[in-house]
Design a protein around this ligand. Structure first.
Ligand code: FAD
Length: 488
């Protein structure tokens, strides 16, 4: 096991994550060169009288210690393939329209490799410096998911090292139980070492649009129209949205990577004019290339005519496809230079059923968070449930349409902006959802009790426990999720 490092700097680095909330020191960090090294590690663990925990760590961009291994071994997935001059762990097959990507690969690398062939994956998370294995263990959602489903719905095949130390190739046809278990499986059943991901032809450019609303009804009606097939033409290729609380506009940044200072001044004016405590934006993107460049403006104009945003409050940027997809990468650079990236991130992500989104808005945005600290972002956008495969471990609400709501806030201050305050607000939001029977599910979930996990998985719980007993019976994998206590 010479690939294990136990020095202070290495273990300290693997003791925390993007959330900066939970800390847990591993005994060591394992640097595999080949997937077979992970097989060896897991078998070695199982050969011990008390097996040690093994946590694959992609980029460690979880918020609640999900990739930590207290007292166990963290697998630095990014070590796979290290030291080679070319990246042999991303291979695009043009004729078959797929890419084989190592589980440790960053999505930004997958993007660039696919683009060399004029191809692209169909669904993107907002941020691309996270790994294939990390997002497939959750779902991988973003503005394209309404049309293509989450990233887990766009995988043909996986190589997985199970918690029993076997390397298994699986797909919907071969070893389907493992395939569906691992997708959205929170790292509980195996380590993804390769994923075969569907590709489509890549566009060149994007009309990137934001539309402002002062009223939640028009906002959600338009979002739901945009993710349905009811728009004329093919509509937007990407649909997300944001809520701006009053204080974000009055006290937040005076310009952003999308809005100029004068745009933001107009939006602040809108809250005063309408007396609304919240402003909503739909964020849409329409892809185009040389063949469609001549008609894209006309197509966009026709689509905008079907929508009910506040007259005149439409903001359009023209961007390259890569510039658009990598937008949070630029934001990261800005936050890093402002010293605001490596701070606590008590993020709370929820899937809220469509029928209760207006109640959620009233209770949370206009209630609990009405005067909340403005640092961070609140995302809100709908997705279609029929694009999710219920055989997968990932869970969603029951309704045909549900909203992803991300309270993506940073604790950068003292007093009202500190971590405890934001955590109290998150707890109040969850309590409100419980009390009001909103029926939401957490995305990137964190539950402190077994009962919380049982309720999270609902009807899938029995199956999840059964699959755990089959693929990781000693419960050594990804202990930071806190679902299954290690077997003694
Ligand atoms: P890690 O944090 O390293 O690991 C996450 C979990 O997966 C852990 O339990 C770990 O043990 C397990 N794991 C890691 N690698 C593997 C593997 N190869 N096989 C099996 N299990 C593994 N998510 C979205 O869906 N949409 C978004 O738009 C989005 N935007 C984000 C923006 C930012 C700035 C950040 C920080 C996160 C965002 N996320 C988003 C969340 C992100 O997808 C998850 O946190 C994801 O887990 C991060 O990937 P990672 O490689 O850092 O995983």
């Amino acid at each position: 096991m010479s690939k294990i490092r136990t020095d202070h700097d290495t273990t300290t680095e693997a003791s925390s994550d993007f959330g900066h909330i939970v800390e847990a020191t591993p005994s060591g960090v394992f640097h595999p060169t080949f997937p077979a090294d992970i097989v060896t590690l897991i078998r070695f663990s199982l050969s011990q009288p008390t097996p040690f925990a093994v946590a694959p760590r992609g980029k460690g961009h979880s918020s609640q210690g999900q990739a930590l291994a207290p007292g166990g071994i963290v697998v630095d997935m990014q070590a796979l393939g290290d030291g080679r001059r070319t990246n042999h762990r991303v291979a695009v097959l043009f004729d078959e329209m797929y890419v084989d990507a190592g589980g440790e690969q960053l999505w930004i690398n997958v993007l660039h490799a696919a683009l060399e062939h004029g191809l692209t994956p169909c669904v993107w998370t907002d941020y691309l410096r996270i790994t294939v294995g990390g997002t497939l263990s959750n779902a991988g959602i973003g503005g394209q998911a309404f049309r293509h489903g989450p990233q887990i719905s766009n995988v043909h095949e996986l190589d997985v090292v199970t918690g029993t130390g076997e390397m298994i190739t699986c797909s919907p046809e071969v070893n389907p139980a493992l395939f569906f278990a691992v997708l959205g499986g929170l790292g509980q059943f195996g380590v993804i070492t390769r994923a075969r991901i569907r590709l489509e032809r890549a566009p060149k450019r994007v009309k990137w649009v934001r539309l402002a609303y002062s009223d939640v009804h028009s906002f959600t009606t338009d979002q739901e129209l945009l993710i349905s097939k009811r728009t004329s033409g093919s509509g937007f290729d990407y649909v997300e949205g944001q809520v701006q609380l009053n204080r974000t506009l009055t006290e937040g940044h005076k310009s952003s990577s999308f809005f100029s200072a004068s745009d933001l001044a107009r939006l602040t004016g809108l809250t005063v004019e309408t007396g609304s405590v919240t402003i909503y934006y739909i964020e849409g993107a329409m892809y185009y290339d040389e063949d469609t460049a001549a008609s894209v403006d006309q197509k966009l104009e026709a689509l905008l005519e079907e929508l009910s945003f506040v007259t005149g409050f439409v903001f359009v940027r023209d961007a390259s496809y890569v510039e658009f997809l990598d937008r949070v990468g630029r934001e990261e650079q800005n936050l890093r230079s402002a010293g605001a990236w490596d701070v606590p991130h008590p993020w709370l992500n929820l899937f809220v059923p469509r029928s209760r989104i207006v109640d959620f808005d009233a209770g949370v945005f206009k209630g609990i968070l009405r005067d909340a600290n403005p640092v961070g972002l609140i995302l809100i956008y709908p997705m279609n449930k029929d694009k999710w495969d219920d055989r997968m471990t990932a869970v969603t609400p029951e309704e045909d349409v549900f909203y992803a709501v991300g309270l993506l806030r940073s604790a950068v201050g003292r007093g009202e902006g500190d971590l405890e305050q934001l955590e109290r607000e998150n707890a109040a939001v969850l309590e409100f959802c419980d009390r009001a029977g909103i029926g939401c599910k957490q995305y990137l979930p964190h539950h402190a009790s077994l009962d919380g996990w049982r309720r999270h998985f609902g009807a899938k719980w029995g199956r999840v426990a059964e699959l755990k007993a089959r693929y990781d019976p000693r419960a050594i994998l990804s202990p930071g999720q806190g679902i299954f206590p290690p077997a003694t």
